[in-house]
Design a binder for this molecule. Structure first.
Ligand SMILES: [Fe+2]
Length: 167
């Protein structure tokens, strides 16, 4: 893994503090992103942006709860980018990378339209984790598999974890 991506993961975990549930979640989503990025042969730069977005995708959750009394996706998407910008500042990334990472954070609950392979993979990775954590129903998983999942690697992971009847 890129050193900077590893350090962004550490910064996200440090921001969350002693919150194993949130930290386990982001580490799992990050790892699925890496697996799918590898399978889909993403270029190194797109992969880095995706990994940073994965580390920070839910970073607005505490602030959403504090300010709005809700962890709903819409509030997380609103509160996440400003916190991400603060956490990313020490890494001195190119401005366009920070913008893309923040855009991905702000759209990680947006299924339509899906804009770009990084967005697609982040949605798939988050769904792979949430399907078990929430959990989602068999019907919800099949709907996502049929209508939202698009990468071969993401679909293979969904089949392997949740849909063994689909070959
Ligand atoms: Fe998430």
């Amino acid at each position: 893994m890129h050193d900077t991506a590893a350090n962004i993961l550490l910064a996200a975990c440090a921001y969350n503090g002693a919150d194993p549930k949130r930290n386990h979640h982001l580490l799992k989503v990050h790892n699925y992103c890496r697996m799918i990025a590898e399978g889909e042969q993403l270029d190194a730069h797109t992969r880095f942006v995706l990994e940073a977005a994965a580390a920070l995708h839910d970073i607005g959750i505490h602030e959403a709860e504090r300010v709005h009394g809700s962890t709903s996706g819409a509030y997380q998407q609103l509160e996440g980018p400003p916190i991400a910008r603060q956490l990313l500042a020490p890494f001195a990334l190119p401005a366009e990378d920070v913008e893309r990472i923040c855009w991905l954070i702000a759209h990680h609950h947006t299924y339509s339209p899906i804009d770009g392979i990084d967005h697609q993979i982040l949605l798939e990775a988050d769904f792979l984790v949430n399907a078990w954590e929430e959990p989602f129903s068999d019907q919800q998983i099949r709907h996502f598999y049929t209508h939202i999942a698009a990468t071969e690697t993401g679909k293979a992971l969904l089949r392997a974890h949740y849909l063994p009847d689909i070959t």
